[in-house]
Design a protein around this ligand. Structure first.
Ligand SMILES: [Zn+2]
Length: 104
């Protein structure tokens, strides 16, 4: 799924993502406590609270029929660069409720 970039900011450094810029996403699976969110907000951009960072970051909830969902992923966090993607991925490993973060 191609995120609507002009509505997104980098989940790590908060920079606005240009519509024509290359965007990295960190895709994660959610644990059962977030199953309801993953179902009810499918296909939407939400503010997802990361306890590790103590703030909300933008996340795209995978649509029911999306490629991400088929690959077993529920949430996608956008990042503006590989450096931001790696920093965020490392953080997400410590976030309870989320599993298996992978940069794509
Ligand atoms: Zn960034």
């Amino acid at each position: 799924m191609r995120p609507p970039q002009d509505r997104l900011t980098c989940a790590w450094c908060k920079k606005r993502l240009a519509d024509d810029a290359e965007v990295f996403t960190i895709n994660v699976k959610v644990k059962p406590e977030y199953d309801r969110l993953a179902r009810e907000q499918a296909g939407q951009i939400i503010g997802f609270h990361l306890f590790t960072l103590g703030r909300d970051v933008p996340a795209i909830v995978a649509g029911a029929a999306s490629q991400a969902k088929k690959a077993g992923k529920d949430l996608m966090f956008p990042a503006c660069s590989m450096a931001c993607a790696k920093a965020l991925e490392a953080t997400l490993h410590h976030e309870k409720g989320l599993v298996d973060p992978k940069i794509s």
